[in-house]
Design a protein around this ligand. Sequence first.
Ligand SMILES: Cc1cc2nc3c(=O)[nH]c(=O)nc-3n(C[C@H](O)[C@H](O)[C@H](O)COP(=O)(O)OP(=O)(O)OC[C@H]3O[C@@H](n4cnc5c(N)ncnc54)[C@H](O)[C@@H]3O)c2cc1C
Length: 324
Amino acid sequence: MRVAIAGAGVSGSYLASCLAEKGIAVDLYDLPHQNTCSISPCAWMATREIVPLVRSAGLDPARYILNRFSSAIFQGREFGVDLMTIDKPALIRDLRGDLPVRCGPFNPGDYDRVIDATGTARTYLPPIADDRLVPCIQYRGTTEDLRALPEVRCVYGGYAWSFPLGDDRYHIGCLSHMADPSPLLRDSGLLDGMKTKCGCRSYLRVTSPSGALPFVSGNIWGIGEATGCVYPLLGDGIVPALRSVGLILASWDDPEAYRRAVLSTFSRMKAEYDVLNALNTGERVGLIDILSTNFMRLGVRVNPGKAREAYTDAVSVWSCCPGK
Ligand SMILES: Cc1cc2nc3c(=O)[nH]c(=O)nc-3n(C[C@H](O)[C@H](O)[C@H](O)COP(=O)(O)OP(=O)(O)OC[C@H]3O[C@@H](n4cnc5c(N)ncnc54)[C@H](O)[C@@H]3O)c2cc1C
């Protein structure tokens, strides 16, 4: 069997090395990256589930953890969490090991199977009817005004973040469902005092897998963000991308079993998508609705009073258009 994998991001690189290990002939393709970090999108925060996943890929998680956090600041209030920033470029490099990455287009007909691991591009699977891609802006920078904890501040229709990457380095960004994230990030204050080294714009797919069918079309099978495997509220897709590799390998010859496995493994993403839609249409969303999604993956330890206060504050900022 000859397999082509389009996309040498997290999911494509990991699947390529798993297949190569099984003795399957695999060609891994990507596009030339223009940015300095040589990956797109650049993303750094991970939940604790990444530790066993990286270990089961035969790698040592400690090599990739830049910082581990037991607290984070949300809307100016400190919460207990279990999160970590990781060196995603190094992880992707090591996941694919010695496998070469080919550049340029290829003919899907030359392969028995083509894996669409192209993330938001979803280049090979059929387009999604009601796809939801949210614009993001992100920078890496340094500052002398050290911030030890990750911080998230809500903005109109989204949020801005600042994640410590070790030493004086930070990943700062913003996404918004309602407006250009660039001025919202500037107004959030998180860029203040930051010397930016590089920046780029990109998109995040918040459609969730249930809205991103089909996962298989002819000899094309999708994995990772191409199939909507991203938590829509917070936008974390690294762990789901890694998990989707295990799912496709377990259902390699059974498209229907693969469809069921993705939908059931990530069923909470649909719940988050519904909460997100309600937030964006101004419907009343209670704290309990948020907590009933898979929020506990963040390892949040909540003082109910403080959580309610931060949440009320967050919703009012999320729904308030600046200047109106
Ligand atoms: C601004 C931003 C910040 C984020 N922050 C986080 C975070 O902190 N934590 C987290 O868990 N998730 C985060 N995410 C989401 C996370 O980065 C993705 O969900 C995850 O990387 C998806 O992995 P993937 O392998 O499916 O696709 P990707 O990692 O997106 O890889 C897709 C690859 O396909 C390549 N490609 C595209 N088109 C083609 C083509 N035609 N042919 C060949 N190759 C192609 C791309 O160049 C890329 O290398 C963030 C996303 C964004 C946009």
